[in-house]
Design a protein around this ligand. Structure first.
Ligand code: SAH
Ligand code: F3S
Length: 439
């Protein structure tokens, strides 16, 4: 048995890919996953290039692993993910001790690649985009005992001017609907109650069906809701483009779909949205939200924001703040714009200084966190349906569960409720964490 250590950077998709890598390697019977890198025979780095100095971070990490390899030359080092896809052989040129480079779509080939290196002691690389092959050889993945994520589509065709995803993950491609449904049914049989559908643009899902038709996202949601045992459905990420009326309709008649939606707007200025090539206006975004509220009056919306995009004036930024207040977003992931090599925005003139960008980010996050708190406050005294996930982190005599809108609720209750949905009454609120009493 050989020990494998996997280090993962980045988004949920990368986490998901890493769990596929782990399952794939374990299923050969030759490998064990270890949490201790010092004990590893194979070191795998699953990289992310969405922001920051991805390349520098990568070589920094590789430098640390090189020390292990200096001591034990039999150690195999593999680099995968978005940086590997973008940089390819360049990584090997700079760090000759790297043995394997694999792409976001070729991770299922890793067992074979490792064998090759062991046999031939030669560098191997595969960063091709062989469509959906990687999904054919894996088993459904359990995240916790009761919730699971499942990838339904890959890639992105939107080419927002700032974003590397279309270059690192390839074109949008949807998994066959029967594969997705079968995997979710298997998960449900194994006790999974909550499912999170993953993809760069899940609402662009167009899965082929067994009889040669296309299953759109709205239909997929309805079919998943029919699966016995699945009681809650989430998805991430969706895009305002293609957030069509048929998807909004699902909120009307499918209570298993949570009243919480992550729909990234990025900016509240139409000028900036155009520079970003987001292909919608704030007015169009607002229209979607209005329709959603009509379909589901208690829906809460979260978003991603980029501040300091090239050309974002103080006025543009103020428009973003006004928009945040207008929509009353519940939460956000917000970032300072990071120039990504190879993207059109990296050619734009970036004249805002870093201090100004940091201030804008602070103002934005402060505004959102006040709104998060006010949404939480509204929950005081309410009854909430939560999925109990285990013992509370701070006080293990308590249990915790999650609400539809991603709040953690700590409460006293019997162990047997772990893995069940229960009703609690909220009697204390903090921004993201609430206290409740079991009803
Ligand atoms: N498909 C999603 C986004 C996926 S990328 C959408 O339509 O919005 C996740 C988030 O990372 C983006 O929403 C964006 O806010 C952020 N991001 C992507 N590229 C970035 C960059 N170059 N600089 C800063 N943030 C970026
Ligand atoms: Fe990136 Fe825009 Fe697609 S942010 S993932 S190119 S929708």
């Amino acid at each position: 048995m050989k020990n494998i250590y996997i280090k993962t950077w980045g988004c949920q998709m990368n986490e998901y890919d890493s769990s596929m890598i782990a399952k794939n390697l374990e299923s050969t019977g030759q490998y064990l996953i270890t949490e201790k890198y010092e004990q590893a025979d194979v070191l795998i780095l699953n990289t992310c290039s969405i922001r920051e100095k991805a390349q520098e971070k990568l070589f920094h990490q590789l430098g640390r692993w090189k020390k292990l390899k200096d001591k034990n030359p039999n150690i195999i080092i593999a680099v995968g993910g978005c940086v590997a896809t973008q940089e390819g052989k360049e990584i090997f040129k700079r760090s000759r001790y790297v043995d394997i480079i694999f792409g976001t779509q070729s991770l299922h080939k890793l067992p074979k690649m490792i064998n090759e290196v062991e046999k031939n002691k030669k560098f191997v690389i595969d960063i091709s985009f062989p469509k959906l092959d990687k999904f054919n050889s894996f088993l459904p993945i359990k995240n916790t005992g009761y919730t699971a994520s499942i990838s339904i589509m890959e890639g992105c065709n939107k080419y927002c001017s700032f974003c590397v995803v279309p270059y690192t993950r390839g074109k949008e491609i949807s998994r066959p609907s029967d594969d997705v449904l079968f995997e979710i049914a298997t998960l449900a049989e194994n006790g999974i109650k909550e499912i999170n559908l993953l993809g760069q643009n899940v609402n662009a899902y167009e899965g082929p069906t067994f009889d040669g038709k296309i299953c759109f996202f709205s239909e997929l949601l309805r079919l998943i809701a029919e699966i016995d045992g699945i009681e809650r459905i989430r998805f991430t990420t969706s895009n305002p483009i293609e957030f069509s009326d048929d998807i909004i309709e699902v909120y009307k008649d499918t209570p298993k779909l949570v009243s919480f939606l992550h729909l990234p707007v990025q900016s509240g200025s139409n000028k900036v949205l155009e520079l970003m090539k987001r292909s919608y206006t704030t007015e169009e975004y607002e229209k979607i939200i209005e329709k959603l509220i009509k379909a589901r009056s208690n829906i809460q919306i979260s978003s991603d924001f980029i501040v300091g995009f090239p050309g974002e004036s103080k006025k543009d930024f103020q428009q973003t703040i006004n928009f945040i207040k207008k929509i009353n977003f519940d939460m956000s992931y917000s970032f300072i714009y990071s120039s990504r090599p190879g993207t059109p925005a990296s050619e734009m003139k970036d004249e805002i200084d870093l201090q100004e960008k940091k201030e804008r980010l602070y103002v934005l996050q402060d505004c959102i966190s006040k709104q998060t708190m006010s949404w939480s406050r509204k929950m005081l005294g309410s009854q909430q349906y939560i999925l109990v996930e285990g013992k509370a982190k701070k006080n293990p005599t308590q249990l915790y569960g999650k609400t539809e809108n991603n709040r953690i609720v700590n409460f006293y209750g019997p162990q047997k409720t772990i893995g069940q949905f229960v009703q609690v009454k909220i009697n204390e609120v903090h921004t993201h964490i609430l206290n409740g009493t079991l009803l």
